[in-house]
Design a protein around this ligand. Structure first.
Ligand SMILES: *[C@@H]1O[C@H](CO)[C@@H](O)[C@H](O)[C@H]1NC(C)=O
Ligand SMILES: *[C@@H]1O[C@H](CO)[C@@H](O)[C@H](O)[C@H]1NC(C)=O
Ligand SMILES: *[C@@H]1O[C@H](CO)[C@@H](O)[C@H](O)[C@H]1NC(C)=O
Length: 358
C-alpha cells in the first residue's frame, strides 16, 4: 500500500469495488483431473487476477471513477475476516459456526473449497452458496497448498475489505466468540484497521528445530530444493494459519518456492508440503511480520499416522474448552481441532454459556 492519507486510502478502496464488479469471478465448479499443468495454469491466471485487483485497491484511481464507486462501497466498507474452509468431507460443525457468526454478517466473509470428488454435496448454513471453484485435494501432495492459495485468491478478488484470512478445516471448532476474535485481530476502530495494515501480523507457526526436518526436506530427492530453498531456511508449522492481507498477497505472488514445493514427493511418509510451504515462504520473506505461533490448538500428543488426537463426545466439557484456549503466546487459542462429528451436540450445549463467553 502506498497511500499516506487515510482519506485517499479509503477512496482507493472504493475504486476497487467497482473493478471487482467488472471483473467478478465466475462461480462454476470445475472437474479437472488432479493437478495437471492445465490446473496450474488456471491457478496462475486466478492468482494474477487477484494480485491485479489488489494493486488497484492499493494504487490510485482517476477522480470520475472514485465518484462512480463510492455509491457501491457504502454498502459495507468495514474491515472483515475471511474464513477459508478447506474440506473433503461434510461440514459437520456448520451449526456451531452458524451460531458463532450469527449477527456479524457485516464483519466476515466465508469461502469454501470442497474436494469435488468427495461426498460433500450440500453445504448447510452458513456455508451455502460460498463454494469456490474447487479441485481435487489429496494428502501427501501439493494439492492442499494449491487449494489454500485458491481460497486466498477468491477471497481477495471477492472483497477488498477482507483484511485477515483464517484457514479452517471441517474438524475445527471455535473456542471464543466472534467479537473477541475480531477485536483481537482488527481492533475497535475500522479506519485504523485499514491504515495499520503494514503492521498487521500473521499468525502462523514457524519452527526450525523439528527432528523430522531433514527427512521432510529430502522428500523430493537430495538437493532438489536448491538453490531456492536452502535447508537452513526450511521450516515447518501446523497447517492452520491466520494471514494478514499483505502476506496473503505475497503467497499469491510466489512462483519461486512453488516451483519446488509442487514437485512430487518420492518419500510419501515424509510428505506434508502444506506444513512447510507457508512457514518457509513467510519466514524467508517477512519473519518479523509473523507471530510464529498459530491460533489453532492441535493436540499432537499421541498422534498417529500424521493425524492429531481427535476428541470424542464424552470428552467435551467446559473444562476442556478452557484447557484448549490456554497458550504460551500473547494470544489465547481461538480455534481447535480435531473433533469427531459426534462432538456436535455436546458442543452446541455449551456454546452460549462456555464457548462464546470469553
Ligand atoms: C454427507 O452429507 C450427505 C447429505 O448432505 C449424506 O448423503 C452423506 O452420507 C454424508 N456423508 C457422511 C460421510 O456423513
Ligand atoms: C491431548 O491428547 C492426549 C491423548 O493423546 C490426552 O491425554 C490429553 O488430555 C489431550 N490434551 C488436552 C488438552 O485435552
Ligand atoms: C507452555 O510452556 C511450558 C514450558 O515450556 C510447557 O510445559 C507447556 O506445555 C506449554 N503450554 C502450552 C499450552 O503450550
Amino acid at each position: 500500500m502506498s497511500s499516506s492519507s487515510p482519506i485517499v486510502y479509503s477512496f482507493s478502496l472504493l475504486l476497487s469495488l467497482a473493478l471487482i464488479f467488472i471483473f467478478a469471478p465466475e462461480i462454476l465448479p470445475s472437474q479437472n483431473p488432479f493437478f495437471s499443468p492445465h490446473d496450474d495454469h488456471d491457478d496462475l491466471a486466478l492468482f494474477n487476477k487477484a494480485l491485479r485487483s489488489a494493486s488497484s485497491v492499493h494504487g490510485r484511481g482517476r477522480g470520475h471513477r472514485r465518484l462512480r464507486i463510492s455509491r457501491l462501497a457504502t454498502k459495507n466498507p468495514t474491515p472483515k475476516i475471511a474464513f477459508l474452509f478447506l474440506t473433503n468431507s461434510n461440514l459437520t460443525f456448520a451449526p456451531l459456526w452458524d451460531r458463532f457468526l450469527r449477527g456479524h454478517s457485516h464483519l466476515y466473509n466465508i469461502y469454501v473449497h470442497a474436494d469435488p470428488f468427495s461426498d460433500v454435496q450440500i453445504l448447510p448454513p452458513p456455508f451455502e452458496s460460498h463454494l469456490i471453484p474447487s479441485k481435487k485435494t489429496e494428502r501427501a501432495s501439493p494439492s492442499l497448498i494449491a487449494a489454500e492459495r485458491r481460497l486466498l485468491a477468491r477471497a481477495i478478488l471477492d472483497d477488498p475489505f477482507n483484511l485477515y484470512f483464517a484457514l479452517i478445516s471441517q474438524h475445527c471448532v471455535p473456542l471464543h466468540s466472534f467479537p473477541f476474535l475480531y477485536r483481537s485481530l482488527l481492533g475497535e476502530n475500522p479506519l485504523r484497521a485499514f491504515t495499520s495494515q503494514p503492521r498487521h501480523r500473521s499468525f502462523i507457526e514457524i519452527l526450525s528445530d523439528d527432528p523430522n526436518l531433514p527427512e521432510r526436506y529430502a522428500a523430493r530427492g537430495d538437493g532438489v530444493m536448491l538453490p531456492e530453498v536452502p535447508f537452513e531456511d526450511f521450516r515447518v508449522g501446523s497447517q492452520f494459519f491466520v494471514l494478514a492481507k499483505r502476506h496473503a498477497l505475497l503467497v499469491l505472488a510466489d512462483r519461486k518456492l512453488w516451483r519446488k514445493f509442487r514437485l512430487k514427493c518420492l518419500n510419501l511418509d515424509s510428505c506434508y508440503p502444506e506444513e512447510h510451504y507457508f512457514p518457509t515462504l513467510l519466514s524467508m520473506a517477512d519473519p518479523e511480520g509473523c507471530s510464529r505461533f498459530t491460533l489453532t490448538n492441535v493436540n499432537w500428543t499421541g498422534s498417529f499416522d500424521g493425524h492429531p488426537y481427535t476428541y470424542e463426545a464424552a470428552e467435551i466439557s467446559a473444562g476442556l474448552v478452557r484447557r484448549l484456549r490456554r497458550s504460551n503466546s500473547s494470544y489465547p487459542y481461538f480455534f481447535a481441532r480435531k473433533f469427531s462429528p459426534e462432538c456436535l451436540p455436546p458442543l452446541m450445549d455449551i456454546a452460549e454459556d462456555v464457548i462464546f463467553r470469553d
